[in-house]
Write a protein of this length. Sequence first.
Length: 434
Amino acid sequence: MNKKLVTKLSVFNCDFKVKLNEMLRRQSNFDNNLNRKVSKILDQIKNSGDSCLINLLRRHDSIKVDRIEETYISPKRLKLAFEKLEKEQKDALMFAAKRIKSFHEKQIPENFSYKDEYKVGLGLKFIPIQSAGFYVPGGKAIYPSSVLMTAIPAYVAGVKRRVVVSPITDQNNSSIVLAAAHVAKATEFICMGGAHAIGALAFGTETIKSVDKIVGPGNAYVAEAKRQVFGKVGIDSIAGPSEVVVVCDNTADPKSVAIDLLSQAEHDQNSQPIMITDSEELANKVEKIVEYFLKNLARSEIASASWYNKGGIIIVRDINEAIDIVNTIAPEHLELIVKKAETYINKIKNAGSIFIGPYTPEAIGDYIAGPNHVLPTNGTARFSSGLSVLDFYKRTTIVNCNKKNLSIIGKHAVTLAQTEGLEAHAKSILLRIK
């Protein structure tokens, strides 16, 4: 049997750009029937509500209930789950929550108002949305960190109704997820997952009230469902598989680089871990260490599929060239393990989150650093950002004219309205100033 090999690219090869594009395109592969399957599920939820949701819960989540009310976990039960945790887990949740809350409180925007040179009153007001749903995956693993990262920013923003959904079948095994919901001050917790959970949050059912916005990562069905309900409700992003780019030079510890790559690879077989370096010697060492670590990793099968099918090692001339490639990839996570790493920060234009130096593994950002771990994937860091408090606000502008200043500025508006052929627009101003 041939030994598996990770994809290795080099800028010294004439076909480098073609090969890099091929590597990045692999992330867009998906089931061609996905759109139709999700659309069917969403239509069923929209048209049949609770009865359809009960059937889908049984079929897809192995959650057997007769009434949707049975899927709700009470705030009292969430609190009890927290109280029953071991002290070490309690401390970890509270420590992480405190740091996440502190970081996100610094993002709260300020309203402003002023009068311009014509004494026209102008302003901008930030208003929190009324309700939000937080999707927390629960299939291959449990993610209390995702509860904290989604629900806490909404709480900080002032969102009144905060609903966690997760496909939990065993409350005891998932007690730390329930406890995280208590710590994050969720107002509701509903046991459901998949596209049908997104549909229930977006359209509502006889029992479940719809929300204004849905955030949080999930599988391909969840991502596609969020895409299809966008417009009916707001969403944060259409999340793809997790990804990390580790830019490193010969000062980097190869073991640290290897395990950081695998920390993303173990998420999902479609995750994409990429190493970029100007040291071929380091690249060879990391490749061998990854192979060694994979033999003993608990999620070895998943991590191996990610590393060998989606991952890669890229050799460059220097770190500046590596940064150019980073800006092309626009990764979800970027680690800089190079000499004078801070000097490259301003050159990075496209990255969801940046981790600086040899003692800042991406995993610290997943849990307790403070910034959000819900980040743009699949190259969308070119135009979007990670989840923040701002995602839970609407912006409303304010204009306040009087007769005098409307007479001054209004004549120009009349000219533009007449140019556009909008007679009523023009007259609505002229009636006031003549």
